[in-house]
Write a protein that binds this ligand. Sequence first.
Ligand code: NAD
Length: 250
Amino acid sequence: MSKLDPHWAVITGAAGGIGRSLCEAFSDAGYRVIATDARPRKDVVCDEFLECDLIEYCDSSETREAVYQAIGSVCGDAGVRCLVNNAAVQRLASTGSIAPEDIRDTLHVNLVAPLLLAQAMLPLLEQAEGSVVNVGSVHEWSTKPGFVIYAASKAAIGGLTRSLAVDLGGRVRVNSVTPGAVDTPMLREGFSDHPEMTERLAECQPSGRIAEPRDVAKAAVFLASESAGAITGSSLRIDGGILARLHDPA
Ligand code: NAD
């Protein structure tokens, strides 16, 4: 792929641990990158940066229109080759103490925004024979105490991946990458009550290591590529084999 014949990728949560790697990997693969995040552009490799809060994006049709216009005017006739819904929030609380605003923010950022973005980008994605890659999590299938609303949102994005793929058929492919433990600030936050356990986490992985953000980013680039042209409605687990492992005493 040549940058003279541009393929554009739109990547949300671009200023985060995995987001920065996604921007680098798509850029290395020859894409032009429109990066977006609620945080400022620090160390993000991209051609355009759009500062946008996805909660506001969900709540305001004016913001949605402004984002669509901004992306459309940058991509022009080339359209969008890949939308990567990577942004997420992880609010930890047990069932009895989840705050209503944490439920709302989590579902807005982790589920509603990916759906509204896919809907808005549809003409641009079809123009470029593009695809959507959602960033899920192993919490879609298997979770821990305290992850109630995060795990629910990740199960929902898995369901959304499959339902969009079926609904859009041959128009736009829709897949997800589902990471397990990836060495980012979000992971360390999840272990903030037991920082010493981060060290032991690698030992629990059949692979023997915690994934790096670039492991997830390369899988997303693959799902967006022509090599994955027959793949839609699928989830590619980058979990070090953790979900394949039986936890019994023997
Ligand atoms: P991160 O917290 O470093 O990055 C998330 C990014 O999303 C941040 O830059 C943040 O600013 C952005 N974001 C949050 N709320 C937003 C909002 N309202 N509007 C716009 N942007 C917003 O986390 P990460 O580890 O890089 O996670 C990236 C993705 O990978 C997420 O979907 C996460 O659920 C998933 N994931 C991460 C891990 C892990 O171990 N780190 C494991 C499984 C899945």
